[in-house]
Design a protein around this ligand. Structure first.
Ligand code: THU
Length: 297
């Protein structure tokens, strides 16, 4: 799938790989393997307002607009008109699906509201628009459910779906199975959720020296940071029989990147949670460590 992006506002380079990935997964989810393309215009509120007014008679700005070039419908979505699609290919052998317009300031505001990254919000909006181009709609409950299910499938396939608390906890329990704890026999698992919706898991790894032991939370954190991640929204920590609230060192390590992190603990069927700021009050953060803060040159 080709997504031709026209940045009319300041480019967000880190979003491009995400948008290309989600576009591919939308097509894959619909079962299309023909060469198709769509145009994506990323603009500001004034421009999207004007397009909305002119083409839809709606006198306000919005987050995303889509203008299909195919005549697919919810009853006959693109995946069901392959033959027609073949006939409509242009001279380069490609089929044009239509235009998408996204308002960057809207996407920024929504990302902040939902507490996830801008590139993740832009991927959601692009997926929504692409399914419109393929015939999906949300005019009635049945169509809406079908469209939502397709969006979710594509986003999950691309690894940027919404992760529920229960899913994060389940991932931590799974990671706990790999715990290397021959000395304490206290198995711990952790699953750390990034702002982009990716999950990094970890377990505790003990050591005969005892001191070289690494907790599950730091295993997950270090895996994530060493892969380039810097922003986190939640962590689930699991143990078998008692609440595995993070140790002091892990609280400090997590505080370096995410002082507002949601910390969930689960043991057996029990659940509890607290913000990291409550677990580490008056914490020493990255700012306090700078020479600037210490008043030195
Ligand atoms: N442990 C963790 O993995 N996370 C914590 O925050 C508390 C302690 C591990 C370390 C060690 O392997 C075992 O639990 C007993 O202390």
């Amino acid at each position: 799938m080709m997504l031709q992006i026209d940045w009319q506002v300041e480019r967000v380079p880190e979003a491009e790989e995400y948008l290309a990935r989600i576009a591919d997964f939308c097509l894959k989810t619909e079962g299309i393997d023909l060469p198709v393309y769509a145009q994506l215009q990323i603009t500001d509120d004034d421009v999207i307002h004007e397009i909305n007014r002119q083409h839809r008679g709606v006198d306000r700005a919005t987050d995303v607009l889509s203008f299909p070039s195919t005549d697919c419908t919810p009853d006959r979505t693109l995946g069901h008109c392959h033959k027609k699609l073949l006939r409509e290919r242009d001279e380069s052998g490609c089929c044009f699906l239509g235009d998408i317009i996204i308002s960057l300031p809207r996407a920024q505001a929504q990302a902040a509201e939902y507490g996830h990254s801008l590139k993740r919000e832009m991927a959601y909006l692009t997926a929504h628009a692409l399914f419109h181009l393929m015939g999906y709609d949300h005019m009635n409950d049945t169509d809406k459910e079908r469209m939502r299910a397709m969006e979710e499938k594509a986003l999950n396939g691309a690894g940027i779906g919404r992760v529920t608390d229960e899913e994060l906890i389940a991932m931590a329990f799974k990671a706990m199975e790999f715990s290397y704890s021959p000395y304490s026999h206290f198995k711990v698992g952790a699953a750390l959720l990034t702002k982009d919706g990716k999950v990094y898991t970890g377990c505790n790894i003990e050591n005969g020296s005892y001191g070289a032991t690494n907790c599950a939370e730091r295993t997950a954190l270090f895996k994530a940071v060493s892969e380039g991640e810097r922003e986190f929204v939640a962590i689930a920590i699991t143990a078998e029989k008692s609440a595995p609230w993070p140790c002091g060192i892990c609280r400090q390590a997590l505080n370096e990147f995410a002082p507002e992190l949601r910390v969930m603990v689960a043991w057996g069927d029990n659940r509890d949670e607290a913000p990291l700021s409550t677990l580490l009050p008056h914490g020493f953060g990255p700012k306090q460590g700078t020479l600037e803060f210490l008043g030195k040159e």
